[in-house]
Design a protein around this ligand. Structure first.
Ligand SMILES: [Fe+2]
Length: 279
C-alpha cells in the first residue's frame, strides 16, 4: 500500500510540472496556425496567440536566444463563432515572461500534435531614451490587402518596433462563418508573428458583440482587448473603443467601465514619476 501511494504521489508531481496530453488521445486538426504576438503587461513580456481546429489539450511555446532551450506553457479557450455553422476553434495563449530587452528570440508554438515553423521576434530596448517606430493603420481587408506586402517587407527589415492596427479587420472577421477571419489571421502572420501586433476594435468587428475580435487577440489587461494601455520607450499608449458608444444595443456598462478605467489610467500616467522625461 505504501508503495502504491508513493507511485501515485510521483505520478501526480510529474503531471503538475509539465502538462502533457493524455495517452491515446487522437487529434485530427491540431496544426497551429494564425500565430501572432503582442505585449503583455510590460513590454518584455510577450504573449503568443494561435489557433487550432481541434483541442490539443496543451499549449506550449519553446523559445530562447539562438536556440529554443526554454519552454512556457499556457492554455486555450474554445471560441464558437456566432455564424450559422457555429464553428469551433481553439485559441491558445502562452505568456513568455521577463524576457531580456533588445534581444532576438526564436520560438515555435504548438503541442505534441504539431509545431509551427520556427519564428522569431526582437524585444524592444529597455528604458525611455529611444525612439519608438510604429506602423499605424486601420482598415485592412483580407481581399485586396495591398499594404500587406509593403508592411511585411519593412517589418522583416526591422524597421518597426510594433504594429498598431486601429480597427476594421478582414472585412469582416465573422464573414463566411469566420472563415474570412481565419484567412486574414493567416495573411498577417508573417508580420504579426515577428513583432507585437497591437489592436483596437472598429465598427467592422461588432458582429456577435465583437466576439471574433475579443477571442482572436490578446491585448494587455482584462478587458478582452477592448481597451488597455502600455508603456513603450517614452510613450504611454492608450487604446480605447469608440464603438461602445455606437453599439449601445450590447449594453451601456462597457461605456462606463471604459470611462472609469481611462480616468484612472491617465491619472496614473500623469503622476510625476511617470512623466520624468516630459518637459
Ligand atoms: Fe473603416
Amino acid at each position: 500500500m505504501k508503495l502504491l501511494i508513493f507511485v501515485v504521489v510521483i505520478t501526480l508531481s510529474k503531471a503538475n510540472k509539465t502538462p502533457r496530453v493524455s495517452p491515446g488521445y487522437d487529434c485530427d486538426y491540431c496544426q497551429p496556425e494564425q500565430i501572432h504576438i503582442s505585449f503583455g503587461s510590460k513590454t518584455n513580456d510577450i504573449v503568443v496567440t494561435w489557433t487550432t481546429f481541434n483541442d490539443t489539450q496543451e499549449s506550449r511555446v519553446q523559445y530562447g536566444v539562438g536556440v529554443m532551450d526554454q519552454e512556457a506553457v499556457g492554455s486555450s479557450t474554445v471560441f464558437t463563432d456566432g455564424g450559422r455553422r457555429k464553428r469551433n476553434m481553439w485559441i491558445h495563449r502562452v505568456l513568455l515572461k521577463d524576457l531580456n530587452f533588445n534581444t532576438k528570440y526564436v520560438y515555435h508554438a504548438g503541442s505534441v500534435y504539431g509545431w509551427s515553423e520556427q519564428l522569431s521576434f526582437k524585444t524592444p530596448p529597455q528604458g525611455e531614451d529611444w525612439v519608438v517606430r510604429a506602423a499605424v493603420y486601420g482598415d485592412m481587408g483580407s481581399k485586396n490587402a495591398h499594404s500587406l506586402s509593403y508592411l511585411q517587407d519593412e517589418a522583416e527589415r526591422g524597421h518597426f518596433d510594433l504594429i498598431l492596427h486601429v480597427g476594421d479587420f478582414a472585412y469582416d472577421m465573422d464573414t463566411d462563418d469566420a472563415l474570412v477571419g481565419d484567412e486574414f489571421m493567416r495573411q498577417i502572420q508573417p508580420l504579426a508573428a515577428g513583432l507585437p501586433y497591437m489592436t483596437c476594435p472598429g465598427n467592422h468587428e461588432s458582429k456577435y458583440n465583437f466576439s471574433n475580435y475579443r477571442n482572436r487577440f490578446s491585448m494587455p489587461g482584462d478587458s478582452e482587448s477592448m481597451f488597455y494601455s502600455f508603456d513603450l520607450g517614452p510613450v504611454h499608449f492608450v487604446s480605447i473603443s469608440t464603438e461602445f458608444y455606437y453599439f449601445l444595443n450590447y449594453g451601456f456598462k462597457m461605456v462606463a467601465n471604459q470611462f472609469y478605467w481611462l480616468e484612472e489610467d491617465l491619472r496614473k500616467a500623469n503622476e510625476p514619476e511617470n512623466r520624468q522625461d516630459i518637459l
